[in-house]
Design a binder for this molecule. Sequence first.
Ligand code: SAM
Length: 229
Amino acid sequence: LHVTDPLAAGATIELSAGQAHYLGSVMRRSAGDGVRLFNGRDGEWDGRITSLGRGKAGVAVEFLVRPQADDADTWLMFAVLKRDQTDLVVQKATELGVSALLPVFTERTNAARVNEDRLQAIAIEAAEQSERLTVPALHPARPLADALAAWPAARPLFVAMERTDVPPLALSTPHSGLLVGPEGGFGPRDHAVLKQFDFVRPVSLGPRILRAETAAIAGIVLLQASRYG
Ligand code: SAM
């Protein structure tokens, strides 16, 4: 389970109401049972449930089972898609080890906002399911130009572009990022904004036109091809 408190032997942790419900009603755990905890900093810890009631649970932290490992350090900037597809991108990117998620609004993005709580919950669940010890940093959704202005200039940003004569995305480029456009592709205003930044590297993912969510998954796999963080 993902928690925010520091984890160390002897610490006691109060779980959230949702986690208490999950442990009691879904997992059928009770006081005295074991549970694994991580917070993205201190590794994975074995804990023992000390109390479990309606909307409340306490866990005593016992011992370290897995030290914190480095993540692959791939960032994903992605145009917000329809709800289910956005959920899928967040879930799969988290499973694949992406360390930062940056949703953006592009010229042809249909959605006006995203439900950040929902995406955060999906990322936490996917991190737990895939046994990562971190949850990717979910940035607030913002216009593409603003996200590019805040991007660290030393980090290459590979921009997936279909139907153009650009080089294929090279294998294994750590400490980089991928940008994938929306269902309708990037528009002329997006291209004009992208041209302003030196860290932008247009790349192809092959001759076929992939759905945006497929492009995100394929691109992340390529960037991390020989380094699974
Ligand atoms: N509507 C566009 C068209 O018909 O040309 C297709 C957009 S595609 C469904 C959505 C996004 O996926 C694109 O903006 C791009 O980032 C990425 N993408 C899809 N296929 C790609 C490819 N072969 N190479 C690079 N990027 C691709």
